[in-house]
Ligand binder design. Structure first.
Ligand SMILES: [Fe+2]
Ligand SMILES: [Fe+2]
Length: 344
């Protein structure tokens, strides 16, 4: 018998079918969902006795060098990940910044609405008062879907600020690079999780639709109120931090046995420079969660600033170096962001 194993059970199919039938789409679409739900995530076939093996060829080929090229030896990450300590990774917490203005409330309620729709679409339920329904596969569907969306705002905001700078012939004050780095980091999350599961065509359609709607909506919203958009992303990142925290807690409770002996993919080990002995799936979730908490801090802070005049506090040099201040790493992580008077 072939030694290959499939990662996922059949419960996803049942779940998506239920989701489609609950009215996420008109009847015709629901029928498509019924027929095609098996295609949401293709199980990755692994020629190993270990689930989610890190030794698949596509994975080994992803990071440099993609091919044996005549002149190029390696292509390192354009934005190397800032160093983090284990203590910093463990200290990340779920947090919420209370909305204070009408624009904050608009941003927060939009995130709540999107979260509800995403929960429905990805079959996510994490209610301590109801039976536990999550599986390794359901978590991966959620991660992959969320990360395809999460990479949009940084790129869109960075692009619009770039155009603004060109059009107005003014400096940008250092925001663009942080925003693009945010988008790059989100894409690294996606590429990492894609080493564990490959979306089928139905999920690809969902991702395509979500990107079409979200990227255009965010583009227009950012032209109207960039401050509200940064607050919106701050709230989105609160949810992302929560999602990864719950996944870590579930692992620690033994609810996700398929991940217990699982190693992080090679792409993740290289990108986060995960030290030996800390290269497991659980370690990976700690790294990703810390990134989400960093995005939460960045966007809540940017949402507190004057969008046209203030410099980017995350790349600025401070007069008083002895006081904690924002930076690239998470040594002084502020879950609710920095207030303007603290950093400008
Ligand atoms: Fe992410
Ligand atoms: Fe994020």
């Amino acid at each position: 018998m072939n030694t290959s194993r499939t990662i996922f059970s059949a419960s996803l199919t049942a779940n998506l079918t239920k989701t489609a039938c609950r009215g996420i789409a008109p009847t015709a679409t629901a029928n498509v969902g019924l027929r095609s739900s098996h295609a949401l995530l293709k199980p990755v076939t692994i020629h190993s006795s270990r689930q989610f093996s890190t030794s698949r060829k596509s994975q080994l080929d992803f990071f440099p060098p993609p091919k044996n090229l005549p002149h190029i030896k390696t292509t390192p990450a354009s934005w190397p990940h800032p160093a983090v300590t284990e203590e910093q990774l463990k200290s990340v917490e779920i947090a919420h910044r209370e909305p204070r203005t009408v624009s904050d409330w608009a941003a927060y309620n939009t995130v709540r609405l999107l979260r509800w729709a995403t929960d429905l679409a990805t079959g996510y339920r994490h209610d301590p008062n109801k039976p536990y329904v999550m599986t390794e596969r359901k978590w991966l569907i959620r991660f992959i879907f969320l990360e395809t969306v999460a990479g949009v705002p940084g790129m869109m905001a960075g692009m619009l600020r770039h155009f603004h700078s060109l059009r107005k012939m003014k400096r940008d004050n250092g925001w663009i690079e942080t925003l693009l780095e945010d988008a790059y980091n989100e894409r690294m999350h996606l590429l990492t999780f894609l080493q564990m599961a490959k979306p089928g065509w139905f999920m690809k359609m969902m991702i395509l639709g979500a990107q079409g709607v979200f990227s255009n909506g965010f583009f227009l919203a950012y032209l109207v109120s960039p401050r509200t958009c940064h607050r919106f992303v701050g709230y989105l990142e609160e949810e992302a931090t929560k999602t990864y925290t719950l996944a870590i807690e579930d692992m620690e409770k033994g609810l996700l046995p398929g991940w217990e002996d699982l190693e992080a993919p090679e792409i993740a080990i290289k990108y986060w420079e995960m030290p030996k002995g800390h290269q497991s799936m659980k370690d990976l979730l700690y790294y990703v969660r810390a990134d989400e908490a960093k995005h939460r801090e960045i966007h809540h802070t940017l949402g507190n600033l004057d969008q046209t005049k203030d410099p980017n506090p995350f790349v600025s040099e401070y007069k008083d170096q002895s006081k904690p201040h924002p930076g690239k790493g998470i040594e002084h992580l502020r879950s609710k962001g920095w207030e303007r008077e603290e950093v400008i």
